[in-house]
Design a protein around this ligand. Structure first.
Ligand SMILES: Cc1cc2nc3c(=O)[nH]c(=O)nc-3n(C[C@H](O)[C@H](O)[C@H](O)COP(=O)(O)O)c2cc1C
Ligand SMILES: [Mn+2]
Length: 444
């Protein structure tokens, strides 16, 4: 992460050198920046009461996310497809900077890390940026994902595995054998590793191999000191420990990506066995809740992965957007239709590819799915509710949708594409006049 930070141009960083209280203020600052349509990386040099700097808002810009994987803005989806097709497995090395300092036993106090409070109703200080690395108890395949962690004591966190992802599956199988699940929490890595960790890829794919392909070099891992898990050798901080089998404790509430504070939680308990870190570590925070940073990180890889799989069956697919307003529950797709009925096939597939989705809209390729006003315009002029939509009730969904019940919700698909024999013509200006207007304004 530190090499990446050094590579950032100065104008892309907002550096705060005065002593700064890290309860609520970094969140307030990032949300205010967002209102002003600014997305710098925020570095807080001197968090009051802690002895290491905090960096946040890394993922608040789509263009920056593209550059993190070495491509120009707009190139992320292609970079993702190439990475999935050319996985580059991690290598294990003997030692790494992340183990310059090792603390075990009574020396452990995770409370000394600069862990912020974020929202007023939050139950306490939360780590939202930790990548949880664990292994499939049957195959040994590593898995990376994020789970919110509530600081509960010098050696304890509460965790919620509510998205029922691969780590949840692993824990179920450990519990069936009466065993705890060994987990390492990794904080502060190259952002390409963060992006890979946010992806929902197949269970037999180690997300470190995706990260390696995105980086163009294998991620180097070191063995943890107290558990059988490997972590990036160049990370800033690693917290080693276990999620306890069949142990539950209250956890939350926490301000979630939906924009709501929620106590819905799997109420798991994480016990710390060691902390290892660099000699002078940097703490990485991800502003949670309905922030651009959280939603963009959560959807960049998801959008790219869904695009890749949808494109296999819908060759005319042009673009796919999970708009921020939909908090991961909405998606807009544009495509070139060549036969009637294709839109419904594509919409069914899209709903099936991502269980969080509950509203999907298809538009023609002349509509820009990244401009929500255009999507609504297509609905206004190419859509009739009696003929152009279908709804599927009682489908698996994400439980954090406060309008859902018992883990299921209704899925709605809207076809705002024009019929193939459509004779309404868009009113447009001649291309030469548009070119003149663009160049006039670009020169000003
Ligand atoms: C910043 C961030 C925070 C997240 N927090 C949680 C969480 O607290 N609990 C949870 O179950 N999922 C959380 N998720 C979602 C999972 O980490 C994500 O779906 C991941 O891709 C699942 O990985 P898997 O497919 O390997 O299971 C979070 C995602 C991001 C990007
Ligand atoms: Mn996985």
């Amino acid at each position: 992460m530190r090499c990446y930070l050094e590579s950032l141009p100065a104008e892309e960083v907002l550096r705060i050198s005065d002593p700064t209280d890290i309860d609520y203020r970094p969140t307030a600052l990032v949300l205010e920046l967002e209102k002003r349509r600014q997305a710098p990386v925020v570095m807080i040099d001197r968090p009051v009461g802690f002895d290491m700097p905090v960096v946040t808002n890394l993922f608040a810009s789509r263009d920056r996310i593209a550059r993190m994987v070495g491509v120009a803005p707009g190139g992320f989806n292609e970079a993702w497809t190439a990475a999935i097709e050319n996985l580059l497995p991690a290598t294990v090395v003997d030692d790494g900077a992340v183990q310059q300092i090792v603390r075990t036993g009574p020396e452990i106090d995770v409370g000394t890390l600069p862990i912020s409070r974020h929202f007023d109703k939050d139950a306490g200080r939360y780590v939202g940026s930790g990548i949880l690395v664990c292994k499939d108890p049957d195959t040994g395949t590593r898995n990376l994902s994020y789970q919110r962690l509530q600081l509960k004591g010098p050696r304890k966190f509460g965790a919620s595995l509510h998205s029922r992802g691969h780590i949840w599956e692993h824990l179920q199988r450990c519990e069936a054998r009466g065993r705890n699940l060994e987990v390492a929490i990794v904080i502060g890595v190259h952002p390409a590793i963060n992006l890979a960790a946010a992806a929902k890829v197949a269970m037999d794919v180690d997300e470190f191999a995706v990260a390696g392909a995105l980086l163009g070099q294998p991620v180097e891992l070191v063995r943890c000191k107290t558990i059988d898990v490997e972590v990036p050798a160049q990370a800033e901080i690693v917290i080693e420990g276990e999620i306890l089998a069949d142990e539950h404790e209250d956890e939350g509430p926490f301000g979630e990506y939906t924009g709501y504070s929620t106590s819905r939680s799997t109420r798991n308990v994480f016990v710390v066995k060691a902390i290892t870190h660099r000699a002078s570590p940097i703490f990485h925070d991800i502003i949670p809740g309905y922030s651009s940073e959280h939603l963009l990180l959560g959807r960049a890889a998801k959008e790219a992965h869904t695009f890749m799989r949808l494109k296999e069956m819908v060759p005319g697919l042009k673009a796919l957007n999970f708009p921020k307003s939909g908090t991961h529950f909405h998606a807009y797709m544009s495509f070139k239709k060549t036969a009637e009925g294709q839109t419904r096939q594509a919409l069914m597939l899209l709903l099936g590819l991502d269980s969080y989705l509950k509203l999907v809209v298809a538009v023609d390729e002349d509509v820009d799915v990244f401009n929500e006003e255009e999507v609504l315009w297509a609905l206004a002029t190419r859509f009739q509710a009696d003929a152009d939509m279908f709804m599927v009730p009682d489908v698996f969904c994400n439980r954090l949708d406060p309008s859902s019940a018992d883990g299921t919700s209704a899925k709605l698909a809207l076809d705002a594409t024009a019929p193939l024999d459509w004779d309404a013509e868009r009113a447009v200006v001649p291309a030469a006049a548009s070119a003149w207007a663009t160049s006039l304004l670009d020169r000003r």
